[in-house]
Design a protein around this ligand. Structure first.
Ligand code: FES
Ligand code: FES
Length: 197
């Protein structure tokens, strides 16, 4: 068995302390340290490229809100149950609070990126009482935009069934949902007939 001298013990303890210190220092974004858990990633968001610093558990929502400064997607439940954080990835609605930023491959579109496209939908939400406190509204608008892009049948009853089903993942504690359904239906109908809501 090797005999460890006091001098070697001191050298080992010093090395361990320096190593631990480097690990602690590395636990910050962009530290550039070889031990860092943070890595850089380019994300395409609303047609612009953004650099993000992510670690294994970083969510898309936290990147959008805390790093890019896009506050439209809201954090409510934080566990994929309410839809307040809904964004599109390549036109598919996803809940960004449970989407790992490291897994994002396509283009992310937030409510800010849809402002022009859903001007009529936003006005219909106002006209038909589709929001009150507004906390859920950005998520509702994003998911409704995806639904309108996909198209709805001209038959109102069938269309409303589809709207209620497709929007069921977006919780609203204020409106009772009828105003939201009517706003989406009215927008679809107006677009179909090419008239203003
Ligand atoms: S905050 Fe993401 S689903 Fe509720
Ligand atoms: S408008 Fe208040 S939660 Fe939907």
């Amino acid at each position: 068995m090797a005999v460890v001298t006091k001098g070697k013990d001191q050298i080992f303890a010093y090395s361990l302390a320096k190593y631990s210190q480097r690990l602690v220092q590395s636990d910050t974004p962009n530290s550039g340290n070889a031990f860092s858990r943070w890595v850089g990633k380019m994300l395409l968001i609303n047609s612009e490229r953004h650099a993000a610093s992510i670690e294994p558990g970083t969510t898309l929502l936290s990147v959008l809100r805390d790093q890019i400064g896009l506050k439209g997607a809201k954090e409510a439940c934080g566990r994929g149950e309410c839809g307040a954080c809904t964004v599109l990835i390549d036109d598919v609605p996803v809940m960004s609070c449970i989407t790992l930023a490291s897994r994002v491959k396509g283009e992310v579109t937030t409510v800010e990126g849809l402002a022009e496209e859903f001007r009529d939908l936003r006005e219909a939400f106002a006209d038909y009482g589709g929001f009150q406190c507004g906390f859920c509204t950005s998520g509702q608008l994003v998911r409704a935009t995806a639904l309108l892009r996909a198209g709805l049948p001209a038959d109102r009853q069938k269309a409303e069934e589809i709207i209620r089903y497709e929007m069921s993942g977006n919780i609203c504690r204020c409106t009772g949902y009828n105003g939201i359904v009517e706003a989406i239906w009215a927008t679809a109908e107006a677009r179909r007939l090419n008239v203003a809501t």
